[in-house]
Design a protein around this ligand. Sequence first.
Ligand code: SF4
Length: 364
Amino acid sequence: MYDYWHRRYLGKVRDRLTVRRHQPHETVVLLFRPVSRWPELLTSSFHLTQGAVEVQSVTRQYTDDGGQTLTVELEKGGTQFGQLLFTVPSPYTVMEATVDGRRRSVKELDPQVISLRFTLRDRASVRIRFSSKAAAEGEVSDGATIEEKLTRVRRLLLQEYGKHQWKRERDPLSELVRTILSQATADINSDRAFARLREVFPTWEAVRDGDPQAVAEAIKSGGLGGIKGPRIQGVLRAITEEHGELDLDFLEDLQLDNARSWLESLVGVGPKTAACVLLFSLGRAVLPVDTHVHRVSCRLGLIKARLSPEKTHEVLGKMVPDDGIYDFHVNVVSHGRRVCRAQRPRCDACVLAVSCDYYHRRGW
Ligand code: SF4
């Protein structure tokens, strides 16, 4: 079965459709495309005054919020006016359309067909971002409730990656500095930067009072040394001013919410950094939501699409039982690194596929 569109009519045919051009410059639209559950480029039409226009490629990207982005590359331009037609099956809607990076409006020709009209200059790159209402509403693919899904995901992750014994690797102050260094960089780089910082400055007091350029130089392998250096020195100064010494062990005696608020009151310390300090150095039940935890939870459908990492801390942190937080964090991070990677997730090798909204949406 195929969709077809001609003038204002969208229908279905069993086989190929022949469309005749009635007048020299009439817009002729035809398509031979199987009925699809996804947004598709239906066809293109241009007034062919200066040679043919060809669709060079159409690429589809799946976004973590359950939507999709279609990118259409055209070639053999000239200055020609025309349009691209896209099917937009329910529950998708158009969020944004751009031609060569500039926003364009789209026209609805039919509840399921939109038109993007523009003047083509030489080559053009057209991008349309579609959102999925079902994903935005947090639809659960296999009928399980979120709680049931989370329980199943935790069990499967434990089977796959095992149970972990919590062990303090660093004191809270070192963990705080280490986590600031890890912001927006890979662990391997921040580990190197942390080791170098400790090598160049033997005490945290020396880091606090050190030459800012020397601190930035010591941590440059972690990236953003010019930002993280002053941030670390500022945090160390703030702790000294408030407590008279560079020691964060007092956090152990504070109530969890107070400890978290105190850490987050430091400039440059957000919910993730605070959670890392509390969980890894003090064993407190707080879930750090790093890029892996956010991405995997989003794809699985444990959290609603478009939830910011900050909000995810609040929502996901309450869902996972206290005694399972450490295992959940460590296992989801392992899964995000090895299988559910940001680009090209290895869904065919994933033990969570049966519970994954992203997997079901793609129809595998
Ligand atoms: S099936 Fe697995 S790898 Fe694929 S998106 Fe879901 S959790 Fe990630």
